[in-house]
Design a protein around this ligand. Sequence first.
Ligand code: TYM
Length: 328
Amino acid sequence: MKARVFSGVQPSGNLHIGNYLGALKNWAKIQYGYESIFCIVDLHAVTVYQEPATLRAKIEEIAAIFLAAGIDPKHSTVMVQSAVAAHAELAWMLTCVTPVGWLERMTQYKAKSAAQETIGDGLLQYPVLMAADILLYQAAIVPVGDDQAQHLELTRDIAQRFNSLYGETFVVPQTSLPLVGARVMGLDDPEKKMSKSAGGAGHAVALLDTPDQIRKKIMRATTDSNPAVDFETMGPGVANLLAIFQAFAEWTDDRMKAHFAGLRYGDLKKQVAEMVVSSLEPFRRRYREITAEPGYVAGVLEEGARRVTPVAASTVQLVKERMGLYTC
Ligand code: TYM
């Protein structure tokens, strides 16, 4: 049996090139080497309030984006987290072996809770649910962007703690980060990670932006006071634009240096914009095709839930047996 890959995206906000370069592009590339499950994690999204009708529409939009980004539903499973109740069930069992101190240390929890008036318990439990997503399918590899690395470490800690308390139960998963593009920064503020939920109009290039929108955003990106690319002294804005280009083009460091050293920022931005626009062209075309076919995406999601339900059920059964819970 092939090793399993699992990863997920929250259906909140607009997916951007950071999500693509940090996660989706890598998923499409590695999917055939594994048994792959890609999940729309709607239970994670509701850890902060989501307008219900918008959330419901976003779930299918994200599924269509997965498919347009090259996830092949004949080979890989695309599913919605809340369609398989075992995610929440296993999360409870893992909650009971997770010290609160581990959760309070999470940087995303600290950042997100600082922005809320009242902190829902779900925000604290968030990484336990994420651990449940992964451990439920005994996934060996989890391809994510750099911002999820700490949650993956926690997942490993939870799996190891459970295994040492109750005996070998879970596969302890490995994190897979892309070499370039693991942390795409905001175009307006290259000190901050590009984010679905933060920032103004010039912050992120959304995957569903038109070519003109993409060009405008990149041409306005923050750079620094140098006139042209200098690999020794460049600031984070220029480094970010170069990383975006490199991640799309898949050029080596040497080729990047030979091509871009000394290029004026105006020309750099034009080349980055054209690389992003042309690389996303097949994505945009497939997205149009996929969404033009009524019921197609819903069918893929139904089939996805149907495929993974027995796998999830067998892990829950094993965990119940290990813990001495009631099994009929
Ligand atoms: P989410 O929805 O914030 O992001 C989805 C994926 O995109 C990556 N990513 C980035 N990569 C590079 N640069 C960026 N600026 C950037 N922003 C986001 C993320 O690292 C992620 O891979 N907690 C997860 C969802 C999740 C999950 C899981 C992931 C829930 N359960 C189980 C893996 C396995 C999240 O909020 O991702």
